[in-house]
Design a binder for this molecule. Structure first.
Ligand code: SF4
Ligand code: SF4
Length: 211
């Protein structure tokens, strides 16, 4: 087939570039994540794939745990923070117990989740990060979680249409006294907030992961 010049121009515009040049990578990202994940030695990973093989959820992940570790240490920051893998990780610790290099992969996954929330890089309307952010914000403000408020916010921010469908069930639960919009608060919330801010400062940020 012969392409005219205009055809070729249109074609190249729609083809994404699949490789990244070194200057586009964040070469310090691996060390940054390793430090935040309590000093994990990501560079010692031998890419054996044991973590992927033992992970019960790897079949559903867009990148296996082995590939996520490789992306992090090579500086593919945006790709690692955008992957659904970190949100599907169920923290079962199977990979961590099996890794021949004793890398705590689960801690790396947790660190990537925190970074994704801090940088707003999680998939929009993806329930897990939205739930995590709202849970943190609620606890930061009051010291207590309100399940009813959390669920309402989750539906409204991820799937408002489904919120309408679930409203009938919600009303029944309210009427039966199984759910309440009451928001409990702890005394001296400032002390908890100071503690959470101190933890965040240790992770290089200040002000609460979900704020
Ligand atoms: S099991 Fe450990 S060494 Fe093997 S690929 Fe996974 S992180 Fe790397
Ligand atoms: S901790 Fe997460 S990544 Fe590791 S095996 Fe379990 S689900 Fe997979």
């Amino acid at each position: 087939m012969i392409f005219r010049h205009t055809d070729l121009t249109r074609t190249t515009k729609t083809v994404p570039r699949l490789i990244k040049f070194e200057e586009e990578l964040d070469l310090g990202f691996g060390e940054e994540i390793a430090a935040k994940a309590y000093g994990q030695k990501l560079l010692s990973c031998i890419q054996c794939g044991t973590c992927s093989a033992t992970c019960p959820l790897s079949h559903y992940m867009d990148f296996t745990p082995r590939r996520v570790i490789a992306m992090v240490r090579e500086g593919f920051r945006d790709e690692a923070l955008s992957t659904t893998t970190i949100w599907l990780c169920a923290s079962c610790y199977s990979c961590t117990t099996q890794c021949p290099r004793n890398i705590h992969i689960t801690d790396v996954m947790y660190t990537l989740k925190r970074e994704a929330i801090l940088r707003g890089r999680y998939p929009k309307r993806y329930p897990i990060p939205v739930l995590a952010r709202n849970f943190f914000q609620g606890v930061f403000r009051t010291g207590r979680n309100s399940e009813a408020r959390l669920i309402i916010k989750l539906y409204l921010q991820t799937n408002p249409l489904d919120a309408l469908r679930q409203a009938v069930v919600g009303m029944k639960l309210f009427l039966m006294g199984r759910m309440s919009l009451r928001q409990d608060r702890i005394r001296k919330i400032d002390q908890l907030q100071a503690l959470l801010n101190a933890v965040d400062s240790g992770n290089g940020k200040k002000g609460g992961a979900g704020k």
